[in-house]
Design a protein around this ligand. Structure first.
Ligand code: PXG
Length: 462
């Protein structure tokens, strides 16, 4: 290809892709055999592939395209900025207008005690920054032995060395001798999978008590922070029982340990609020942001810092030796500024809270009646369906993951991107999705479940 063009046949792209492109989170041998799906266009909640098929983007890209695809306001804002100043850094006492404007806008949108933002290029880098900031904070407070960060099994905090280590994905840990020292994992609040005979509320308290037990066992003088996603996304849309976060708050109120919320998915309207921290009424010391900050138009992340931490850094610290070339990149900041403008001016967050999320919850109530579905749960515009062989038992299919993969492939064939996490089917559509599009999505999911059931019977799996 001497110039960029969509106008080649699918197998041309697939052959070159297989030859030269190593994909993230992929089995390269298998992908080469099969050929990658080639996406050439996006508009609203719809994607078009290189064969001309229209597919609903039920995952909003990777949980990030809040305002939908193809928004020319963002494209124009980025192009205008790049004509003015396409790059300059924010090191060495330097700044530029887009990063100043973005920081002010974020401070206006965030709850009152959040006024400072440290920029990076991804969620993983935000969490790397968190790890360094948390330890730096305790050094400045004269407690350098407070180093350990407590996180949860089956959490996802990114794919860099620190992100993988903070996350609780054992398959990721196994590749690369991770986690690094100083990270301690506790059980997750996943009632459907791990709640046993307890009621959801009993289990929520039980899971939160694991934090108290871990801090007390490690020693409060050794523990720097507890870090968690308000709702685990990549782990399978694990919505904690309502008793969980209040109990976590109670545990931390009695102990001198920082709280870090990883809001890479829950930030920017996904739960019908600007930030998940207001949804769960928590006041974390640090908040990781990325994804919906730019709706994915350009890569950008940030760490949002509570005033009580920011003032220690400002008054006690000298130079913080951390930062990347693209911190606060002007084009990314312009994309974020335009994206936040769309979210605010079009009332997208209110649309999620008042219309789309309640509508999706009603649709999931019906999906929960399907014979393959053991539980249907939603919060905001996040949805999960647990596929099980014998409803109402919560027991799983043999070879966990096979059924989810079959269902995911059927879903693609029916024109809907739905993600499988083991045998849990996930949806996280763009926030601008309309009622009609949600109806189409749910009707398609029902048909996908029927077809999946037929395929399982044909293979003797159900
Ligand atoms: N924290 C959370 C909560 C995330 O969901 C990250 C951090 C890392 O962000 P970056 O920008 O470094 O990828 C994430 C990312 C999936 C999937 O398939 C999920 C993510 C990324 C890629 C795939 O569910 N989450």
């Amino acid at each position: 290809m001497n110039e960029l063009s969509n106008a080649y046949p699918t197998d041309f792209f697939q052959a070159l892709d297989a030859k030269h492109h190593l994909h993230p989170f992929s089995d390269h041998g298998a992908l080469r055999q099969e050929g990658a799906r080639v996406i050439v266009k996006g508009e609203g909640v719809w994607l078009t592939d290189s064969d001309g098929n229209r597919i609903m983007d039920g995952m909003a890209g990777l949980w990030n395209v809040q305002v939908g695809h193809g928004r020319t306001e963002i494209v124009d804002a980025v192009a205008n900025q790049m004509r003015q100043l396409s790059y300059y850094n924010t090191f060495f006492k330097t700044t530029h207008p887009p990063v100043v404007a973005l920081s002010q806008r974020l401070a206006q949108l965030a709850p009152e005690p959040y006024n400072q933002f440290f920029y990076v290029s991804s969620g993983s880098e935000a969490n790397d920054t968190v790890l360094r900031l948390v330890r730096y904070y305790w050094d400045l407070k004269g407690k350098p032995e407070k180093k350990t960060i407590i996180t949860r099994w089956n959490a996802y905090h990114g794919s860099t060395v620190a992100g993988t280590s903070l996350g609780g994905m054992t398959a990721m840990h196994a590749q690369g001798d991770l986690p690094i020292p100083g990270i301690h994992h506790i059980d997750q609040p996943y009632w459907f999978g791990e709640g046993g005979e307890m009621s959801p509320d009993e289990f929520g308290v039980h899971a939160a008590q694991k934090l108290a037990a871990a801090i007390d066992a490690l020693g409060e003088d050794k523990v720097a922070a507890f870090m968690a996603e308000p709702i685990q996304g990549a782990g399978g849309v694990v919505i904690p029982p309502d008793s969980y976060w209040p109990e976590i708050k109670r545990v931390l109120a009695e102990r001198d340990v920082l709280l870090v919320a990883d809001e890479v998915i829950s930030g920017f309207g996904r739960l019908g609020e600007w930030f998940g921290l207001t949804h769960y009424d928590i006041e974390p010391d640090l908040v990781s942001l990325a994804k919906g900050l730019t709706s994915g138009y350009l890569p950008m992340g940030a760490v949002m810092v509570h005033d009580r931490v920011a003032s220690i850094i400002e008054h006690e610290g000298g130079e913080f030796f951390h930062g990347t070339t693209y911190a606060g990149h002007p084009a990314c900041a312009a994309a974020a500024f335009a994206n936040l403008g769309i979210l605010a001016n079009e009332g997208v967050v209110e649309h999620v809270r008042d219309q789309a999320a309640p509508h999706m919850a009603r649709l999931y109530e019906r999906l929960g009646e399907h014979p393959l579905v053991g539980e249907a749960r939603t919060r905001g515009l996040l949805g999960a369906l647990e596929l099980v062989p014998n409803k109402p038992s919560r027991a799983r299919f043999a070879n966990e993951g096979d059924v989810g993969t079959i269902c995911r492939d059927v879903s693609f064939s029916q024109g809907l991107v739905m993600r499988a996490v083991r045998d849990t089917m996930i949806l996280s559509p763009p926030l601008i999705i309309s009622a009609e599009e949600l109806d189409w999505m749910a009707d398609t999911v029902w048909r996908v479940l029927d077809l999946t059931g037929q395929e399982l019977k044909r293979r003797g799996l159900w």
